[in-house]
Design a binder for this molecule. Structure first.
Ligand SMILES: [Zn+2]
Length: 299
């Protein structure tokens, strides 16, 4: 059985007509409840201090009080903040702890987290790219607190996971590997030469690809998953905006190739716990089908 996390409160992060909106997670949930055998993991509201494991506390305070002070957008105006956004983002990020606990208790081996807002663009001192707090980074820290010392993060969202890279850049206990389209958001970051720094040197790996990449070539990139990092848990930034037909990318990956990619990742993780966290994916039909394929492969 697959561990699954979703909360209807995620819809309270009100972004209006923005492409990152509640229809995404609601549609995914509808499909999953109807088609898949899942073990529902409850959400929680953690203390905001927990966020300081990955974020600057000044930034967290600013988001907490931001809406009341009249802030309705952050970063380059692409990230909307509504009255409930802080509470929802806090819930999404800190609830990941319950999934770690479910792994620890032996209740599940694999999980899918249908979270909003997404997280992988959120850096230590700022959110951006539709992301407020970095869900996967906080989950990695909770995993370490629970005894999963070495964490591997695989990011297949079509955009570079700059936030996750920023948080773990000098950390050798978290290996971050990102597969992304070059010359796309967030720009000027995610190059091959960025490999980490200090103790973390060699523990960041970027695999940028051209937008005209074909399925076979794309799948071959996953042979680059690290072979000498003895991980205890695998966390996946699952962004489905690499699929054909997405407006904010030019990548053209087929559903068949997506399924093969998920299989490759699952095989790679072997018997270690693995969780997929929703990041991007904005064409609703394609997004729902992609998540469906992911869960089929995870069974
Ligand atoms: Zn993306």
């Amino acid at each position: 059985m697959i561990g699954y996390m979703y909360d209807s409160d995620f819809s309270l992060h009100d972004t209006g007509e923005h492409i990152e909106n509640k229809i995404r997670t609601e549609s995914i949930d509808e499909m999953i409840q109807e088609k898949h055998n899942i073990f529902q993991i409850p959400t929680r509201v953690g203390d905001k201090e927990e966020l300081s494991a990955v974020h600057d506390s000044g930034y967290v305070d600013w988001i907490e009080s931001g809406y009341e002070k009249g802030i309705s957008q952050i970063a380059s105006a692409d990230t909307i903040v509504s009255s409930e956004s802080y509470a929802v983002a806090l819930k999404a990020a800190t609830s990941t702890k319950n999934v770690i606990q479910a792994f620890k208790d032996g209740k599940i081996k694999r999980a899918f987290l249908n979270l909003r807002p997404p997280g992988h663009h959120a850096e230590i001192i700022t959110g951006q790219g539709f992301c407020i707090f970095n869900n996967i980074a906080l989950m990695a820290r909770y995993a370490q607190d629970a005894g999963y010392q070495k964490v591997l993060i695989i990011d297949f969202d079509v955009h570079h996971g700059n936030g996750t890279q920023d948080i773990f850049y000098d950390d050798k206990s978290v290996f971050f590997i990102s597969f992304h389209e070059e010359n796309n958001y967030p720009y000027f970051v995610g190059g091959k030469e960025e490999i980490g720094k200090g103790e973390g040197s060699g523990f960041t790996k970027n695999i940028p690809y051209k937008d005209e990449i074909k399925d076979a070539e794309f799948l071959a990139l996953f042979d680059e998953l690290p072979r000498d990092f003895d991980f205890d848990i695998v966390l996946v930034s699952a962004g489905y905006d690499l699929m054909s037909g997405e407006l904010i990318s030019s990548a053209n990956i087929s559903f068949e190739a997506l399924g093969e990619m998920v299989e490759k990742i699952l095989e790679y993780a072997k018997d270690k716990p693995i969780a997929f966290l929703l990041e991007g994916g904005y064409e609703i039909d394609s997004l729902v089908k992609s998540v469906d394929i992911t869960l089929e492969k995870m069974r």
